[in-house]
Design a protein around this ligand. Structure first.
Ligand code: ADP
Length: 205
């Protein structure tokens, strides 16, 4: 598996223009937004985002994988943070990871909130993570699909929120301070969902 720009995905016919695009074309974003299927702990970015829980003390899924790969010192730093609210994020060093920072974002548990509230909380994870990246001058940021594992957020709904929030960030003044956002998907179904929905938020023309 390889990292692809959206531009590559259009060129190779993996994704296609859609009539129902909800945002205007922005050529620069075709090289800014990247898609990769695989393990986020292997990614060399300035910051990788963790789908953490409120304790910030580790868990299963991507959280467990990040703590295993980063080593004990990540856990020790996380203990000093005293947890994190749902919808918010906190940043640590990356320790043994190839990335300099880990941004620990706490997504909503799907069954715990109203429809409107959970979408707001999930969007807030992506937006807050990107604002933290800007504060720390992290220009390449990788996201897993937050809340769509153990937390039960349906992948299609969650991907709409992720893509819309990232697109809106790039339409905001701080957008020019981040060079790349890499969406890291684990399963074929998740990759296909991103491929289907990306053209709605990042149209080719
Ligand atoms: P949450 O508790 O927020 O739902 P999970 O870790 O259970 O978080 O799942 C979030 C997503 O991360 C799921 O799509 C899962 O398949 C994926 N995932 C699990 N391990 C990894 C990994 N090493 N790299 C990238 N994504 C991963």
């Amino acid at each position: 598996s390889q990292i692809h720009t959206i531009r590559d995905l259009y060129k190779d016919g993996v994704i296609q223009r859609q009539e129902t695009a909800q945002f205007p074309h922005n050529a620069k974003l075709l090289d800014t937004i990247l898609l990769y299927q695989g393990d986020i702990t292997k990614i060399e970015a300035d910051a990788i985002v963790n789908a953490a829980n409120e304790s910030l003390l580790g868990g299963g899924g991507v959280d467990g994988a990040i703590h295993r790969a980063a080593g004990r010192r990540l856990f020790e730093e996380c203990k000093t943070l005293h947890g994190c609210d749902t919808g918010d994020a906190k940043i640590t060093k990356g320790y043994n990871l190839p990335s300099k920072y880990v941004i620990h974002a706490v997504g909503p548990v799907y069954s715990s909130h109203s429809a409107e509230k959970k979408a707001k909380l999930l969007g807030s994870c992506y937006r807050t993570s990107l604002e933290l990246a800007v504060e720390h001058d992290a220009k390449h940021v990788a996201f897993p699909s937050i809340s769509t594992g153990v937390y039960g957020y349906p992948i299609v709904d969650a991907t709409h929120v992720a893509l819309k929030t990232v697109r809106s960030f790039f339409d905001s003044p701080n957008g020019e301070k981040v060079d790349n956002v890499l969406f890291v998907v684990f399963s074929d179904k998740d990759r296909e969902t991103y491929e289907k929905l990306i053209p709605l938020y990042f149209p080719p023309e």
